[in-house]
Design a protein around this ligand. Structure first.
Ligand code: 3NM
Length: 568
């Protein structure tokens, strides 16, 4: 088999979409000369003689540049021109037969849409790479199996299977690219979001983004730049921990007066806005997409709360517009998947949103985080008793043990590369951001599972009465957003530690809830008023360090150990 193939920018051709004024060969040549690292000739309706003629023309170009030419489906054409490889789909000639026909030194690629198909390719053991798709909706191929796209969630599930193969001693390494609806606007996002610990994509495959471009050279250069650049939402995050008290962090919120954009449910808008004001931030409740770009591009200390409490078809489009704009400008999004496990359509909404872009924080109760856990890459490939136990937990959240909460919290955090907050009598915060990767590949998480520690903290506090007052959960989302927008980790760096800021928010909020509940016991109406007062009081008046105040004990990423205590 062929080794060291560069799959980074994989051009798949299509002669039906050439723009006016250009030619098929010009599009291919412009792309090859400006960054395409491998080319697949894909002609679905061409006479054999014409196909061979075209293949040898393209081969001349690729040979000159020293990059491989792969022929789609037609082994005979590949043999005729001595191409470097053949790519087959699930309904084409089986890869094992292709291998026999073209020999051990050529490249064999196979398209896969599901983990079971990747598993079959791994078992067969003759392919050099797999093309995973369809990632996003595409107009280029009409008969795809998942028209809406598998999204990064689906890609990760396939990568989990591939990783099991690739990390096993003695197995031939199988590379992978993603395909379908990829272009300059989403290439770095798909590379970043698809990566799981120990296995990331080797590249992206594109058709229309280059073949239909009026300037194929420029489109290729832009795509290459995007592939090689970091995703915007990590630019202000660091991984340094300063063990700084919550009082220092809330001070930063008050001083920076961040703007918290809420797209939230109708029940809690008023309370969330009041909580936001009480802690010294400014709320804006906007579902008007035309102004999102202006917010995200012009306001520095800004974060978005996205709350699924009262979903509707129209709201999904608004959510997705907001995600796209906020991701583009690297602004942080706090996702509250309210009642994610309540119905299949609601979980589908979560999936659609998590596939649409990157969140920084996901906050939910045990049931909600358990529901999202079903979308993680390890969920479907593992058929262990452990998983069965957790599945019972989805139906009966009360049965979920602390160990289960820690497992699902960690796995959701790792898979979605976010900070996860699991709320309850005890709150848990997990850091799955993994920005301390040493990898050369900026989208790669790279560290193997056993080395990738997920920092985790348990935060007590709050009060049971809070569960009978609407908005107390949702407003924690507003508080987290305020700490994140203010970069309130207690340090004065331009960058901040996302996990520390979130821990500060959860700590602050629950300390206030505990103290108010302790003093007034069972009076929900009074609690609401007193709670707002308390938040305001603590935020603005108690900014000095209190020697008995909340403090952290230890933090060690690799031991999953980050205890948090505070004294009352
Ligand atoms: N294969 P575009 S999707 C050729 O899902 C191909 O296996 C797919 O085109 C798969 O980059 C696809 O224009 C077309 O979206 C991708």
């Amino acid at each position: 088999m062929v080794s060291r193939i560069d799959y980074t920018l994989y051009l798949v051709t299509d002669s039906t979409m050439i723009p006016e004024g250009s030619t098929f060969l010009k599009q291919v040549e412009d792309s090859i000369n400006n960054g395409a690292t491998i080319v697949q000739l894909r002609e679905k309706n061409m006479l054999t003689l014409d196909f061979i003629e075209r293949a040898s023309q393209v081969h001349k170009l690729t040979l000159k540049k020293g990059i491989p030419l792969i022929i789609n489906d037609r082994v005979d054409v590949a043999l005729a021109i001595d191409a470097e490889g053949v790519h087959v789909g699930q309904d084409d000639m089986p890869a094992s037969i292709v291998r026999k026909l073209i020999g051990p030194n050529k490249i064999v690629g196979v398209s896969c849409s599901f983990p079971s198909e990747v598993e079959a390719v791994c078992k067969e053991g003759v392919a050099d790479y797999v093309g995973l798709g369809t990632v996003y909706k595409t107009n280029t191929k009409t008969n795809v199996l998942v028209p809406q796209g598998t999204g990064p969630i689906g890609i990760r599930k396939m990568l989990q299977v591939l990783k099991a193969h690739n990390t096993k001693q003695g197995n031939n390494y199988i590379s992978c690219v993603a395909i379908g609806g990829i272009n300059e606007s989403n290439a770095s996002k798909v590379l970043y979001q698809s990566a799981i610990q120990g296995q990331s994509l080797n590249g992206v495959a594109v058709v229309s983004c280059i073949m239909a471009s009026k300037n194929a050279a420029r489109s290729t250069i832009e795509l290459e730049n995007v592939i090689k650049s970091s995703v915007p939402w990590v630019k202000d995050i660091n991984n340094q921990c300063f063990y700084i008290k919550t009082s220092e962090k809330i001070k930063q919120v008050v001083e920076s007066k961040p703007l918290i954009h809420h797209i939230t449910n109708n029940v809690v808008k008023n309370f969330s806005a009041n909580v936001t004001l009480s802690i010294g931030a400014s709320p804006i409740m906007s579902e008007f997409p035309d102004e999102f770009e202006e917010f995200a591009s012009l306001i520095p200390n800004l974060a978005l709360v996205l709350n699924l409490g009262t979903p509707s078809a129209g709201q999904m489009e608004i959510f997705k517009r907001a995600i796209s704009v906020y991701n583009k400008h690297g602004k942080h999004i706090i996702f509250d998947p309210v009642a994610a496990g309540a119905s299949t359509p609601r979980l589908e909404c979560c999936k659609e949103l998590l596939n649409a872009g990157q969140f920084s924080v996901i906050k939910g109760n045990v049931g909600e985080i358990l529901a999202l856990w079903k979308l993680t890459s390890k969920y479907q490939v593992s058929h262990t008793n452990e998983n069965n136990l957790l599945m019972r937990g989805v139906d009966s959240v009360a049965e979920v043990s602390e160990a289960d909460i820690k497992k699902i919290g960690r796995e959701v955090a790792q898979d979605f590369r976010v900070v996860v907050v699991v709320t309850g009598a005890v709150n848990y915060v997990f850091d799955g951001t993994g920005f301390n990767s040493d990898s050369q590949n900026i989208h790669d998480v790279s560290l193997p599972d056993e080395k990738f520690g997920v920092a985790q903290v348990q935060i007590p506090g709050g009060h049971r009465i809070m569960s009978s007052i609407t908005g107390t959960g949702c407003s924690l989302g507003s508080t987290i957003a305020a700490f994140v927008a203010a970069k309130a980790d207690g340090s004065s760096n331009a960058t901040f530690n996302l996990f520390d800021a979130v821990v500060g928010a959860v700590n602050f909020y629950n300390k206030c809830g505990f103290e108010v509940g302790r003093d007034i016991v069972s009076a929900p109406g009074t609690f609401m008023i007193k709670f707002l007062d308390k938040l305001e009081h603590e935020a603005h008046l108690h900014l000095q360090d209190d020697p008995k105040a909340m403090y952290y004990k230890t933090r060690a990423y690799n031991d999953y150990d980050y205890d948090c205590y505070y004294s009352y």
